[in-house]
Each structure stands twice: as C-alpha cells, then as structure tokens.
Design a protein around this ligand. Structure first.
Ligand code: CA
Length: 251
C-alpha cells in the first residue's frame, strides 16, 4: 500500500476511534437504600427490616393482618442515581421466610422528586408514602424467579406471579431508565383475586415476608451522538490541515 493510502486508512480509523474513546465506561455500584416508610407493617416486621442487610428469615417486611389490601412502601436512595443517557437498575427481592410467603404481585417505580416530597410519615403508618412526588413506573427488561414462579408483566406495569408456588424465592427485576437524579423508589404490593385471601402474598393466609430489597445501579455507556461525530471529524480535518501546512513549508 502506498504511503498516501496508508495515511488515509489511519485517518479513517482515527475518525472512528475518537468518538468511541469519548464513550463513558460502564460502572456498577450497590445502591445505599436509606430511610423508608410504609402504609402498614406487621408487628415485628417493619419495612426497615427489609433494608437492614440481614438475610435472616425473621428480618423482613410483612403485613398480617392487613391481607387483601394493597400496601405501599417508599425508600430513599442514599445518593442520587442516573447521570448519563441510561441507567440499568437491578433489583433483588429476597423472600426467605418460607411457607410460600412470597409477594404475589408488585410494581416498582422511581422518582427524581426531592426527598422532602415523599416518605414523610411514620415508618410503619404512613397513609401517603408517595407524597407529592412524581412516580415513574419501571418496566422490566429482565424478570427471573430463582425458584420457578412464572412472572408476567401486567398492563398497569405490575408483575404478577403464578404457576409454581415455592416455599421461598428471590426475584430479580432489571430495568433500564433514562431518568437522571433518581432520589428514591416506590414498591407497591397489590392484592389480586388469584391469591389466597386476595394476597398480596402467596402464603395460605395471603401474607408475605420481604426479607431484603437490594439494588445495583450500573451506568450504561452513552452512544456517541451526531454532534460528537461532527466534532471528531472537525478536529481531524483541522489536524490534517495543520500537517499539510507544515509539509508545504518544509517542501
Ligand atoms: Ca432483612
């Protein structure tokens, strides 16, 4: 290959590589989930126990004797989440109590509203945990039941469990969002006629125990925009012009 042709190839590769080099690398981090409030907590099963990092089956959130009703919990993130084009949110709902105390139907949402707009009531008796915050229902790209439940997304964005009814389970819920500056999350557990006593749990008494709620957030690489490509090509053309000028001066 002649020198001029080789230079053209190198320049073309540079034009491709530069925008790629500007892409942000992916990074993953366990999200610190802080203070939480819920509409109701069973005695000795407060919402805080689902966020204490303890997987002991007796440390979780449950709702007996309020089965048959929807319940809501909100939890604030320790730091804002989401600053690039997209963020991958990977939730784990660990339910280790046994006797099929798993959540039968739930919906997850996120908010970018200030922390002062929600979760302002009693930890276990907050009538309106969602407050005045704007909540965005998260749509899962991945849903996985560790112990074989069938998980189906409903028209309202909730996830309905059916089929096999294991004694315990851990459900993975993965969503990608473009929200920036997420301050907190809302977990709704919803009654459904397909469960004993209408749920929202799948135990024989309609109860559940959420042993732990965990979240991992990963920033996704932003795809170079047309503006980025244009900027890169402009920089390359300026560089080539400068090189050509130097050569002409030497010649
Ligand atoms: Ca726990």
């Amino acid at each position: 290959m002649k020198r001029a042709a080789r230079e053209r190839v190198v320049h073309a590769l540079c034009a491709i590589a530069l925008p790629l080099a500007l892409m942000e690398p992916a990074a993953a981090a366990q999200v610190s989930l802080g203070s939480a409030t819920a509409t109701f907590c069973q005695i000795n099963f407060p919402i805080a126990d689902a966020l204490d990092g303890d997987f002991n089956a007796s440390t979780g959130w449950a709702v007996d004797p309020q089965q048959g009703n929807d319940q809501t919990a909100v939890v604030k993130a320790g730091a804002d989440i989401g600053g690039l084009d997209a963020t991958r949110l990977a939730f784990r709902l660990n339910m280790s109590w046994g006797a099929s105390h798993t959540i039968g139907r739930f919906r997850l949402s996120a908010t970018t509203s200030p922390r002062t707009t929600y979760g302002l009531g009693a930890a276990c008796g907050d009538a309106t945990p969602g407050g005045t915050a704007v909540w965005n229902v998260l749509s899962p790209q991945q849903l996985l039941s560790q112990n074989g439940q069938t998980l189906t997304v409903q028209p309202d964005g909730s996830v309905l469990a059916s089929g096999g009814n294991p004694l315990s389970d851990e459900v993975a819920f993965v969503a990608t969002t473009s929200l920036r500056g997420i301050t907190g999350f809302r977990l709704e557990v919803l009654a459904d006629p397909s469960f004993p006593v209408n749920g929202p749990g799948r135990a024989s008494n309609g109860n559940f125990v959420l042993t732990e709620l965990l979240l991992d957030a990963r920033t996704l690489p932003s795809i170079p925009t047309l503006e980025t490509w244009a900027l890169a090509l402009t920089a390359l053309m300026l560089m080539l012009s400068a090189v050509g000028l130097l050569r002409r001066r030497r010649g």
